[in-house]
Design a protein around this ligand. Structure first.
Ligand SMILES: Nc1ncnc2c1ncn2[C@@H]1O[C@H](COP(=O)(O)OP(=O)(O)OP(=O)(O)O)[C@@H](O)[C@H]1O
Length: 306
């Protein structure tokens, strides 16, 4: 199926390159502040931080699905070297669709309850990426089998409510990998699942990633997940990058007090009875002030330059 390869791209370029990304509520507060990060081909980069840090917002900006009223104020997003801001909305959608896939947080809301599973996997392949129905159907069956769904043909004909939460997430993983994307944005893909199922789903994503060499931006609040899945990690607080390092180095020698606090707040399965220390309120308050001051400085610098 060589004709289904992605469009011509700069092979030497990073899969994803975000530079100085500012995202804000229109006429309102900043949600992302000068965020920069890179995902190289085949790299799994974790994006970690507490609730509200803006992790999902980065994924949404990359995929071009920012919520209404929220906009990219400045900065650039490049997918395989193509600058998304330079493209028309239609060309941008097409580029994103052919390069990147999403594994969403909540497998229930991500699937249309009134449509059969098969069509929900093949639609994007056929309508957006120009596959024949036959190839798309075969690919969907192949992927459902690959994510350990026992009777793929039956599941293709089923409706979402006929499947368990874990099965639905397997379906969405199959759908994400089906077009052979170069990048997958996995947005807390295990958070909505039972603990026992979480492990299997994490393992499945790791297997498919290793097998296909797909680059992944893995959004999580859990340092334990960071340790398991990623080679590199970006730590986000209040819309700003606090630290960016190889995962092993970050876990062994966290450079930023916030990273240390996040690690201390994470249960270690090797030390199940260890008391956990939540991220201290004083640290959060101090960092919020610093981040806000940074904004003021940046605004000042822009004014001076202008
Ligand atoms: N539709 C919206 N309108 C305005 N603000 C929003 C909207 N959606 C999210 N936000 C705000 O944007 C910020 C970042 O949200 P985001 O969902 O990216 O955080 P997150 O780090 O992914 O957290 P979580 O783990 O809870 O999903 C938060 O302060 C949130 O309140």
């Amino acid at each position: 199926m060589s004709r289904h390869h992605n469009p011509p791209v700069d092979a030497s370029a990073p899969t994803l390159q975000v530079e100085g990304l500012n995202v804000a509520v229109r006429g309102g507060p900043a949600l992302l502040r000068a965020v920069s990060l890179t995902v190289q081909p085949g790299e799994v980069r974790a994006l970690v931080g507490e609730s509200g840090a803006g992790k999902s917002m980065i994924g949404k900006a990359v995929l071009g699905v920012l919520p209404r009223g929220i906009e990219q104020a400045s900065g650039s997003i490049r997918l395989q070297g193509a600058s998304l801001e330079a493209l028309s909305p239609a060309a941008r959608r097409q580029t994103v669709a052919s390069v990147a896939s999403l594994i969403p947080q909540d497998p229930l809301t991500a699937l249309n309850p009134s449509r059969r599973i098969g069509g929900q996997i093949t639609d994007r392949l056929v309508r957006r990426l120009g596959w024949s129905s036959r190839d798309a159907h075969a690919r969907a069956l192949e992927l459902l089998d690959r994510v350990y769904i026992r009777d793929p043909a039956r599941v293709m004909a089923a409706y979402p409510h006929e499947l368990s939460g874990g099965m639905r997430q397997r379906v969405l993983i199959a759908a994400a990998f089906a077009p052979r994307p170069s990048l997958i944005v996995a947005d807390e893909p295990t958070t909505a699942l039972d603990v026992t199922v979480q492990k299997q789903i994490l393992q499945l994503i790791r297997e498919l990633q290793a097998e296909t060499g797909t680059a992944v931006l893995f959004v999580t609040h859990d340092m334990g997940v960071v340790a398991k899945v990623s080679q590199t990690v970006t730590v986000l607080f209040d819309g700003k990058v606090m630290e960016d390092a190889p995962t092993a180095q970050l876990l062994a020698q966290p450079g930023h007090p916030y990273t240390r606090a996040l690690i201390a707040a994470t249960p270690r399965y090797t030390h199940p009875h260890e008391p956990l220390r939540p991220v201290p309120d004083e640290l959060v308050a101090r960092l919020r002030q610093e981040v806000a001051r940074g904004d003021a400085n940046t605004a000042g610098a822009t004014r001076t330059a202008a």
